[in-house]
Design a binder for this molecule. Sequence first.
Ligand code: PEP
Ligand code: MG
Length: 309
Amino acid sequence: AKGVDEPELSHPGRTDDGHPVKLLANVGSVKNVPAADQAHAEGIGLFRTELLFLDRTTEPSRDEQVVAYREVFQAMAGRRVVIRTLDAGADKPLPFLHQDGEPNPALGVRGLRVARQRPEVLTTQLAAIAEAAADSGADVWVMAPMVSTLAEATSFADAVHEAGLPRAGVMIEVPAAALRAADLLGVVDFLSIGTNDLSQYTFAADRMCGELAELLDFWQPALLQLIGICGEAGRATGKPVGVCGEAAADPALAPVLAGLGVSSLSMSPRALSGVRASLARYSYAECRRLAELAVAAPDAATARKIVLS
Ligand code: PEP
Ligand code: MG
């Protein structure tokens, strides 16, 4: 690894020898777009749409949704915006869905699973996204949270295309989905790995439980191995595979993720410059070697040490 030439702040993400890794921002509303711009985000890799639905006993109307989504799309004209459909349930309970009776919400009806009971919530949201995307100038991609099976990915992709939106993807947050990444890429255009939930479900450790931080460490080799399965599927198909969970914000982990085949990293805007600088210190061959070593490490601390030494 080299340490001298810091990349220009406005450079697109890439390794020292020019292998591109798109550096994107996570936002929750148009209020976060200026910070993404100042940090020279190449686009939005995760637009969380829960904000509009929080603290409400009724679903926001389609028109209300159009306004909120259009603000972000127009502000990002000419760039990519990956918008995520509603991720309700578990750590993001939404009053209008009345889900209080679940004994185990993290394993219950959350994310895309809500569409089993309330399909109209998803179709209304997709219609609003399509209307907001039209003439906005942004390159709008749509993805679903909490997808576990090929059947779920297929029905989501169908719904996205029926709404007139060209690019459908799924988040990888459940180990079953990571193991089947290649199959999923047969029916969707891209994958985005949500490492917060993927580590929670891989290690059976509540993401809100500070006491289990060691299990939730993003350097856990088992988590990296699952990410690698997705990255390989991306390489084999030529389709984008990104990371949009907190792991994407760790500068030291960036070369490992790139080496595992991840083609974009989406994070809080304030993390972008550190990740950009870190990536630029490694060749792509070094990234691949570090990825191999990190996956083979016996534990998270050793994996981290290999890269930081
Ligand atoms: C994740 O799970 O990593 C993710 C990006 O989604 P959220 O944190 O909103 O659940
Ligand atoms: Mg998640």
